[in-house]
Design a protein around this ligand. Structure first.
Ligand code: NAP
Length: 383
C-alpha cells in the first residue's frame, strides 16, 4: 500500500501541465522528508504537497479504469439468445466482445462452443428464463420459430423483457410475437443483413434493419432499446429503420434473388480457372457467401415472405426471355445457312435473280405436308 492519501487537486495555474489531463493526477503527501528538495514553485505554493506527473508512478486508484468499468457496467445488457446455431454464435461473439453478459439456449447441446465464446449455456429454457435476461433474442430457423415461441416459458421472465427477433423475414415474426408474447413485453423486429461469411472481418457499413414494433413509452424501456441498437451502431452497421412489410418487399427482390442465384450456381458447379475474370470471381464469391447458410434458411426466405414467389417467377421469366432471344437469333442464322446452302446448290440451274422465290418455295416445301407437283406451282426444277 502506498503511504499517501488520494485527494485530487486541480493543476496549479503556475505550473505548466506537461501531460494530458487524464494522466495528470496529483496527490497530497504527508510531510516530505526535510532532506527532499522540492522545486521552488511547489514549495512556494504547497509546501507539503507533491504532484505526481509520471503516468507510470504507482497510484492508489486507477480512476480511468474505474470510470470505464462503471460506464461499461451501466451500459452492459444481459442478453439471452434462443437458437445457438451458426448465426446465434456469430452474434454472441460480438456481444461478448462489447462487454455484455450473454446466455444461450438451443435444441442441441452447445455447452463447449458457448464456453469458448464466454457464453453461459442452458439446455432448458426454464433455467435460462430464471436468470432474468433483459433482452431475449429469437435466433432459431424461420421454419421452427413458431414451435419454439409457442412452447417458451415467458411467465418465468420479467414482465418488461425486451424481445428481439433476427429472422431474415420480418412480417412473419412480427405477427408471431404480437400473437404469442405477453402484452407487457417490448418487441423489436430486426434483420442484421449479413452473416458469418459477409461479416467475418467487420460489420462496418453492413445494413441493419429494425422496426420498433412495440416499445413501452417510458425512459427505461426506450433507453434499453437504444442500448441494444447501439451494439450494432457501435460495430459500424448502417442502421436502417423500416417497417417489416417494406423490408420483406425489398428483401425478396434483393436477398432472396441473391440466395437463389447463389444456389443455382452452386448446383452448376462453378470452378475456379487460371483465367478468372473479375465478374467470374464475383460469382465464385456469391456461391461461397450463400452456400454456408442452411437450406432451412433459404426455404424460410421463400416460404415466409409473401413476395418471394413473384420474384422467383420474374427470375424464371427473365431467364426464359433471354433464352428466347438467343435461340431466336440462332434460328435466324440457321435459316440463312440452311437456305443459303440450298440456294448455292441450286444456283447454276436457276436463273440468278430469284433468291427470294427459292426461299419462299423452300419454306413452302418445309411446311407443306403434301407438296404440289412442280408443274402446278412452277417449281419443277426443285424435284
Ligand atoms: P438456421 O438454419 O436458419 O437456424 C438454425 C437454428 O435454428 C439453430 O439454432 C437450431 O438449433 C434452430 N432450430 C432449427 N430447427 C429447430 C427446431 N425444430 N426446434 C428448435 N430449434 C431449431 O441457421 P442460422 O444461420 O443459424 O440462422 C438463425 C436465424 O438467424 C434464422 O432465423 C435466420 O433467418 C437468421 N439470420 C441468419 C443470418 C445468416 O447469415 N446466417 C443472417 C441474418 C439473420 P440447434 O442448432 O440447436 O438444432
Amino acid at each position: 500500500m502506498l503511504p499517501f492519501s488520494s485527494t485530487q487537486t486541480k493543476p496549479s495555474p503556475h505550473t505548466p501541465n506537461l501531460y494530458p489531463s487524464s494522466h495528470s493526477i496529483s496527490h497530497s503527501l504527508p510531510s516530505p522528508p526535510s532532506t527532499l528538495k522540492l522545486p521552488k514553485t511547489h514549495t512556494h505554493l504547497h509546501p507539503h504537497r507533491l504532484r505526481i506527473r509520471a503516468i507510470d508512478a504507482a497510484q492508489p486508484f486507477d480512476y480511468e479504469t474505474r470510470i470505464k468499468t462503471n460506464y461499461h457496467k451501466s451500459n452492459a445488457l444481459k442478453i439471452a439468445i434462443l437458437g445457438f446455431g451458426n448465426f446465434g454464435q456469430f452474434l454472441a461473439k460480438a456481444f461478448v466482445g462489447q462487454g455484455h453478459t450473454v446466455l444461450a439456449q438451443s435444441r442441441s447441446d452447445y455447452t463447449k462452443a458457448a464456453q469458448s465464446l464466454g457464453v453461459l449455456f442452458y439446455t432448458d429454457p426454464n433455467d435460462l428464463c430464471e436468470q432474468h435476461p433483459e433482452v431475449v433474442i429469437l435466433c432459431t430457423s424461420i421454419l421452427s420459430s413458431e414451435k419454439v415461441i409457442r412452447s417458451f416459458p415467458f411467465q418465468r421472465l420479467k414482465r418488461n423483457t425486451l424481445f428481439v427477433d433476427v429472422l431474415s423475414v420480418k412480417e412473419f415474426p412480427r405477427d408471431l410475437l404480437l400473437k404469442y408474447l405477453p402484452v407487457e413485453f417490448d418487441i423489436l423486429c430486426t434483420h442484421p443483413m449479413f452473416g458469418p461469411e459477409s461479416g467475418r472481418n467487420s460489420w462496418a457499413n453492413l445494413p441493419f434493419v429494425y422496426d420498433k414494433v412495440r416499445i413501452g413509452n417510458n425512459g427505461f424501456r426506450l433507453n434499453r432499446c437504444e442500448k441494444f441498437l447501439g451494439i450494432f451502431a457501435k460495430e459500424g452497421c448502417r442502421m436502417v429503420e423500416m417497417s417489416c412489410a417494406e423490408h420483406d418487399r425489398h428483401a425478396a427482390g434483393s436477398q432472396f434473388v441473391t440466395h437463389t442465384m447463389g444456389r443455382v450456381l452452386e448446383r452448376f458447379n462453378l470452378e475456379s480457372s487460371p483465367i478468372n475474370t473479375k465478374g467470374y470471381e464475383t460469382l465464385l464469391n456469391l456461391v461461397e457467401n450463400t452456400s454456408g447458410d442452411s437450406f432451412d434458411l433459404y426455404y424460410g426466405l421463400f416460404m415466409y415472405n409473401k413476395n418471394a414467389m413473384e420474384q422467383l417467377e420474374r427470375l424464371d421469366n427473365a431467364f426464359e426471355a433471354l433464352k428466347q432471344e438467343l435461340f431466336g437469333n440462332l434460328h435466324e442464322v440457321c435459316r440463312k445457312q440452311l437456305f443459303g446452302i440450298v440456294e448455292a446448290a441450286e444456283a447454276p440451274r436457276e436463273e440468278p435473280a430469284q433468291p427470294q422465290k427459292l426461299l419462299t418455295v423452300g419454306t413452302q416445301n418445309v411446311h407443306d405436308e403434301t407438296p404440289k407437283k412442280g408443274h402446278e406451282n412452277g417449281t419443277e426444277q426443285l424435284h
